[in-house]
Design a protein around this ligand. Structure first.
Ligand SMILES: *Cc1c(COP(=O)(O)O)cnc(C)c1O
Length: 228
């Protein structure tokens, strides 16, 4: 079985190959290692192999790992899980990025709870791009209004958009949703030129996401192995 370092090399190879096909520089694409359910020791292993961006889905687990690994002070911590409005404080206090913002109520609380002395919390607005009833994310129709509200909050820094499209094994189908995301970002950039992030693509569809302009791929299984 491949080691974690070998799987990381493989993930970077996939990024490089997809970027080459898309005529993009691989440096435009950040690998966000999704370490949810995996022990802190594996984060250290990935860190030693060069990873600096880590994504966590579960609040308690994420906060514990951040505390345990606090000596690795150049790690950038991303919260990528669903968040209830009464659970915002640990995200505001401990994370550097939040990818799943989809309501102004949560944005307001994160803004109010961000400790003074910390830089603004980087945020991506999660878009329900496949329009699934069961999925979180702001609708395409309500996205511009949410972007205006979030961009006005001084302790948040609006960076871009995030999506988890409906799962598909068909690369053409995968690309369709990602292309719609790229278009949404470009529309928003007309009034919010500071937006620079498209958080999209996971282990099974990162190649399609990069072809359509992803700047941050969130990779769990392909690096850390399957989860229980
Ligand atoms: C778990 C998760 C990932 C990583 O998924 P893999 O298929 O393991 O690469 C990416 N993004 C989000 C939001 C996740 O919850």
């Amino acid at each position: 079985m491949a080691t974690l370092a070998e799987r990381l090399v493989e993930a970077h190879n996939r990024i490089n190959n997809a970027a080459a096909i898309a005529n993009r520089s691989p440096e435009e694409i950040t690998l966000l290692a999704v370490s949810k359910t995996k022990p802190a020791s594996m984060i250290v292993e990935a860190y030693d192999a060069g990873c600096r961006h880590f994504g966590e889905n579960y609040l308690q687990e994420g906060v514990e790992k951040i505390a345990e690994l606090s000596q690795l002070d150049d790690i950038v911590w991303h919260f990528i899980g669903p968040l209830q409005s009464n659970k915002t404080r640990p995200v505001a206090e401990h994370f550097d990025w939040m990818h799943t913002l989809d309501r102004s109520k949560i944005a307001q609380r994160l803004n109010d709870q961000r400790p003074t002395g910390k830089p603004p919390l980087n945020v991506c607005l999660q878009v329900n791009i496949s329009n699934e009833a069961s999925k979180s994310g702001v609708s395409v129709a309500k996205l511009p209004q949410l972007a205006v509200a979030v961009a006005a909050m001084p302790n948040l820094r609006l960076r871009g958009l995030m999506a988890i499209p409906a799962a598909s094994n068909d690369p053409a189908q995968q690309r369709l949703a990602f292309a719609q995301m790229k278009q949404l970002l470009q529309q928003l950039q007309q009034t919010h030129p500071q937006l620079d992030t498209l958080s999209m693509g996971m282990s099974t569809d990162m190649d399609a996401a990069i072809l359509e302009g992803s700047t941050m791929v969130r990779i769990g299984t392909a690096i850390f192995g399957t989860r229980n």
